[in-house]
Design a protein around this ligand. Structure first.
Ligand SMILES: [Zn+2]
Length: 288
């Protein structure tokens, strides 16, 4: 079946998965069974090793020889029959233009899944203090909600987002990636990937035989954390827990050959993970 979409003709229904070209350079589209997953880039940048915890000079020399590594900030749009879903909202910079170029208005977003509540993930949630997505039901892990409502977290923006969307908030309990899945609704499972924040969650998208794990901030520096998953970040709330989540998830997706997508993986933000012959894992980004 063919249909016109965003000014380009796309072939719908090809199995198993097909990467599709886009005109907007901030968008990359990938198919998971009957679903379409669009990376919505908020911008690319160069990260610096100063944010690493536990990286030796040798590791940095080997993985980041020129002193910077590519990073980005991404949100994702998941289109499934009858549902338009946003996974995080980035800074809210390019987000609304990106959605527009896909023919999606804020009112058409039915569901928002939040991986966690840092500013670069909830930045698009509010507009002039009101819900930027007035019809969206919001899914948030209960431990994440409880953390941001506690005195430990000092971020009034997160509380404000919770307050504004309170009547549409669905709190859920993520489960370990190898446990019996917690299906939020058909096609979406909530996976615990705690550590970066106390309730940090990955979302497994599943349609037919195909899967994609949108893993949020499980990594911030693919350049070093694939080879050395034990390298953490200064802004991990609990670095040891974040490292354990990263190691467990990498092993699982490598073994099961499940493609992944991440909020700080440079464009196109999605690809495949394999076990590396020497240390750690390797990442192969999808190509247009
Ligand atoms: Zn982030």
């Amino acid at each position: 079946m063919k249909k016109f979409f965003g000014g380009m003709m796309l072939i719908i229904g090809l199995a198993p998965v097909v990467a599709l070209a886009q005109e907007n350079p901030n968008i990359f589209t990938y198919k998971v069974g009957a679903f379409e997953i669009c990376l919505l880039s908020e911008g690319q940048s160069a990260g610096k090793p100063g944010i690493f915890i536990g990286a030796t000079p040798e590791m940095i020399r080997k993985c980041i020889p020129d002193g910077t590594f590519p990073t980005s900030c991404n949100a994702f749009l998941v289109r499934m029959p009858g549902k338009t879903i946003l996974v995080d909202t980035g800074y809210g910079r390019n987000l609304f233009d990106n959605l527009k170029s896909l023919g999606v208005t804020p009112e058409q977003v039915d569901i928002i899944l939040l991986t966690h509540m840092h500013g670069d993930h909830i930045g698009g949630m509010l507009k002039d203090g009101q819900a930027a997505f007035p019809n969206a039901e919001v899914y948030l892990a209960k431990p994440e909600h409880d953390y941001w409502m506690s005195d430990d977290a000092k971020n009034p923006n997160a509380r404000k987002v919770i307050e504004v969307y309170r009547s549409k908030l669905h709190l859920f309990q993520p489960v370990e990636i190898d446990a019996k899945p917690n299906t939020l609704f058909a096609g979406i499972q909530a996976v615990a990937s705690y550590g970066h924040t106390p309730g940090h969650t990955s979302f497994m998208v599943e349609s037919g035989k195909d899967k994609l794990l949108i893993w949020g901030d499980l990594t911030h520096a693919m350049a070093i954390q694939m080879t050395y998953p034990q390298v953490a970040m200064t802004y991990d709330v609990n670095p040891d827990v974040a490292i354990a989540s990263r190691k467990k998830t990498l092993e699982y997706v490598a073994q099961k050959k499940i493609p992944i997508a991440g909020m700080h993986i440079a464009f196109p933000g999605m690809g495949k993970i394999a076990k590396a012959p020497a240390d750690g894992y390797s990442y192969s980004p999808f190509t247009k």
